[in-house]
Design a protein around this ligand. Structure first.
Ligand SMILES: *Cc1c(COP(=O)(O)O)cnc(C)c1O
Length: 389
């Protein structure tokens, strides 16, 4: 099999034979996995130092030294989004969410659970938010206090114009919360250039740790004023921050192994060359993938100008022989795990470019995809509309 020559190489680098071509959890390095072999006591001085180190480095990646603090929270990324919205939005606040995919929708849903008034400025999943409408909405509705935007909408893989959004929000004197979950560490986002009050992300995306914790990087002055906002004790980031600042410990059982792995992941991120290097590697992965898939006849949902180098959405082939489940299962059996679509506009599937993957891995994935297409007898990989052309 064409993937075989890579197998031992891959095992040495990642410790397994699976490649997750997904937006997280994703393929992690062997070093990250090995960092989980030690049991830490949560009061251990070294563990407390490890936590402080991670928090400082995350603030540094966002360019927020001095003015921002990092507050981690147990759980997946959504826990961190919910915790951030719940902590930053006062009871009398009102949220505007820019929606062009499932993660924007999810923030609307969170606001409902929180009992905070929320409005959506929505557009199609293959479009970026209309900035003129944003401008108008903020000018007309003075009751909107906070705006939530998604940096890379993982639903489609689209890159939203976060700098332009931030400029508009700042000009109108409102507070911006960025869900940068699938972009942080790989797409530049510096609070000195993109004014915002909070950036939310998690351990298991572009920083290539394992799942189990999220975090928010919050403007210190804003967080200081958030006492009593939260609807939930466990998700109160103000209280979590006070706890960490007090004795360096998490209030409740920390995900110790996840943190140890994340500490290693962040060290490897720095060693690689930080955001610029990771962006370059993922961009090369993305280019390799898109070119290879187009050579096979597949079409991307997004034009290249809107595509973030994180995850790519492809139209389902119109060929009646193409059965996604069979395609998925046969790829998975060879160690390549892809991702179903999450779009409402068109039948699609997704392939991720992030994690411990380099161009050779995407090339190997493409040759396995070619083999599998041959096995299931698919010859026409374009979507219905183009097949008819
Ligand atoms: C992954 C992701 C989240 C969080 O999802 P979880 O499944 O809770 O980790 C939130 N927003 C975006 C844009 C994401 O990509």
């Amino acid at each position: 099999m064409s993937a075989a020559p890579h197998a031992s190489d891959r095992a040495a680098r990642t410790g397994n034979n699976e490649f997750l071509l997904t937006p997280g959890p994703l393929t992690t390095s062997l070093g990250v996995k090995q960092a989980m072999l030690r049991d830490w006591g949560s009061r251990d001085k070294q563990f407390i130092a490890l936590n402080a180190r991670i928090r400082d480095k995350l603030v540094g990646i966002a360019g927020g030294e001095g003015d921002y603090v990092c507050v981690p929270v147990q759980g997946s990324g959504t826990f961190a989004v919910e915790a951030t919205l719940g902590t930053l939005l006062p009871r009398a606040g009102k949220l505007l969410v820019l929606v062009n995919g499932a993660y924007g929708e999810r923030m609307m849903k969170i606001a409902k659970y929180l009992g905070r008034p929320a409005v959506a400025l929505s557009c199609a999943e293959d479009r970026t938010p209309d900035l003129t409408s944003l401008e108008t909405l903020l000018a007309e509705d003075k009751t909107i206090t906070h705006i939530a935007a998604v940096h890379c909408e993982t639903t489609s893989g689209i890159l939203n114009p976060i700098r332009e959004i931030a400029d508009i929000v700042a000009r109108h004197g409102r507070s911006l919360i960025i869900d940068a979950m699938s972009a942080f560490g790989a797409i530049p986002l510096d609070v000195r250039e993109v004014p915002c009050d909070a950036i939310v992300a998690s351990s298991n995306k572009c920083l290539e740790g394992v799942p189990g914790m999220g975090y928010a990087i919050i403007r210190r002055g804003v967080l200081e004023a958030c006492e009593g906002n939260a609807h939930s004790l466990a998700l109160d980031l103000y209280d979590q921050w006070r706890g960490l600042e007090g004795n360096g410990q998490w209030r409740f059982t920390p995900p110790t192994h996840v943190l140890a792995a994340f500490d290693q992941a962040v060290a490897e991120f720095e060693e690689e060359g930080g955001v610029a290097a990771r962006n370059a590697r993922y961009s090369e992965n993305c280019r390799t993938l898109v070119e290879g898939m187009r050579d096979l006849g597949f079409e991307t949902l997004l034009p290249d100008a809107l595509q973030a180098p994180i995850i790519v959405t492809f139209h389902m082939p119109a060929d009646p022989k193409f059965d996604f489940t069979a395609f998925y299962d046969r790829l998975a059996a060879r160690g390549y795990v892809i991702y179903p679509g999450k779009l409402t506009v068109a039948p699609t599937f997704r392939i991720g470019c992030i994690g411990q993957l380099a161009r050779e891995d995407l090339e190997a994935a493409l040759s396995v995809i070619r083999e599998v297409l041959g096995e299931i007898g698919v010859t026409q990989c374009g979507p219905a509309a183009s097949a008819a052309e």
